[in-house]
Design a protein around this ligand. Structure first.
Ligand code: ATP
Ligand code: MG
Length: 431
């Protein structure tokens, strides 16, 4: 026997029955996005490496050490498996001039790739759903995006996801803050870890995002960006908060919230939970007014978020909405081989009528076929036996009982098919 191959570390197969939760989740997301007028966009999984270096920022975890980058063996291009999608959405919007007639609301869903240490909630291939509102400047869009996420938690039955907010201001305010921050950290050089010492002059704001517990006290006492904000930034921030309050959405302001990507300004936010251990951020986003211009477009404001699908589904599994299991209407049991063509045609006709039908494949005793019928979750077994075949009938047996209904089994004429369809439409037995 040949040696077995396995999936790449940190990259997971998604199998039934778990895949049903993903399908259900994706259907909720589609409905959510439609409800807010966001339209679907699909960009390639591979992009030029320069796109991410330019947008996410050179001195970030993602660009420094997490990207799957390679040289195209055929033409020497520098390429990267996308670690996130905002940059790609902006690239596509600029390339196709999507904003020529005003703002656009877009959403995406798909796999992302980051070379991280695999652990619960942290994978090397993971999935994000994201919403991006391009070309809108006001705090109304920030609030809309946040309320969209809230609605999704509600649709999924997730009660304990809370909102943290911060305002990163504008580049000049960040610069003022940066000077103070560098001076502060320089005065405490001895308490910085290696990563932070390296970032002190390249990207000191990122030190605030450190996950090193030994640096928490130092970082907590650092000068706060929020204290450097000017009138306009404060007004925008107040605007978002006022809209959230009016919508009954609570939040905490976290001055340490800086996000792991460089392109943000003004509003940043995270939806967090205590139920996922260290990987508690399920959704993160904010405003990135400079990015469109940075990627070569005409300057235009933008705001968006991305959620981690694995983390959301982990939460869902621990107690959200019960995800409906797939349930065929009927499983066809073939107890008389010559009836195969008829059974197949009947299955086709039932599907045309909108029913979900599984046709038993391969041989098998009546008993083993009935077992399979039961395991399929089907509401009815349709038995094509020898007697039935001779009489132009089938036996229809209810597999699921509830509401005090007796297990029922009846012979039904195949023609006209309406009789059988009516029997299968009898959903009471489903509960
Ligand atoms: P973290 O601080 O957890 O590394 P991040 O700031 O790198 O997160 P973003 O780039 O903002 O995360 O991505 C948005 C969301 O995508 C995160 O909040 C998280 O839910 C999810 N996510 C990010 N990286 C991973 C990963 N490696 N595996 C699974 N989900 C991830
Ligand atoms: Mg990260």
């Amino acid at each position: 026997m040949n040696a077995k191959l396995s999936a790449v570390k940190g990259m997971n197969d998604l199998l039934p029955p778990q895949s049903a939760s993903w399908e259900w989740f994706e259907a909720q997301v589609r409905a959510l996005m439609q409800g807010y007028g966001y339209r679907n966009i699909r960009t390639p999984i591979v992009e030029p490496t320069a796109l991410f270096v330019r947008s996410i920022g050179e001195v970030t975890d993602i660009v420094e050490k997490e990207m799957y980058s390679f040289t195209d063996a055929l033409n020497g291009e520098q390429l990267t498996l996308r670690p996130e999608s905002t940059a790609a959405v902006v690239r596509a919007a600029v390339e196709h001039n999507l904003l020529y007639d005003g703002g656009k609301r877009l959403w995406y869903s798909g796999p992302m790739f980051r070379h991280e240490r695999p652990q619960r909630g942290r994978y090397r291939q993971f999935h994000q759903v994201g919403a991006e509102a391009l070309g809108f400047a006001g705090p109304d869009v920030d609030a809309e995006l946040i309320l969209m996420a809230r609605r999704l938690w509600h649709m999924l039955g997730l009660a304990d996801v809370r909102l943290e907010l911060n305002c990163l201001g504008q580049p000049d305010e960040r610069l003022r803050h940066r000077h103070k921050l560098v001076a502060y950290f320089e005065a405490h050089q001895d308490q910085l870890d290696e990563d932070s010492r390296r970032r002190l002059h390249s990207n000191p704001l990122r030190i605030l995002d450190t996950k090193n517990p030994q640096m928490q006290a130092l970082v907590n006492a650092a000068p706060r960006l929020i204290d450097e904000l000017g009138e306009e930034s404060l007004q925008h921030f107040e605007g978002v908060q006022a809209l959230l309050r009016a919508a009954g959405q609570g939040f905490t302001i976290n001055p340490r919230l800086v996000r792991g990507l460089d392109y943000y300004n003004l509003t940043v936010f995270e939806w967090v939970t205590d139920r996922l251990g260290a990987q508690g951020t399920v959704c993160a986003g904010g405003r990135y007014d400079g990015l469109i211009e940075q990627i070569g477009g005409k300057p235009a404001p933008a705001c968006g978020w991305a959620l981690g699908v694995e983390r959301v589904l982990d939460l869902l599994e621990q107690g959200g909405m019960p995800v409906p299991a797939p349930q065929p209407d009927a499983y066809i049991v073939l107890a008389h081989a010559p009836a195969l063509a008829l059974a197949m045609q009947t299955a086709e006709d039932l599907r045309t009528a909108g029913l979900n039908v599984v046709l038993h494949a391969g041989a098998g005793s009546m008993k083993s076929q009935m077992k399979k019928a039961d395991a399929s979750g089907a509401r009815y077994a349709l038995i094509f036996g020898e007697d039935e075949y001779a009489a132009g009938e089938i036996t229809c047996k209810a597999l699921r009982q509830g509401h005090g209904l007796e297990a029922q089994q009846q012979r039904i004429a195949l023609q006209p098919l309406a009789g059988l369809i009516a029997c299968l439409a009898h959903t009471d037995a489903a509960a």
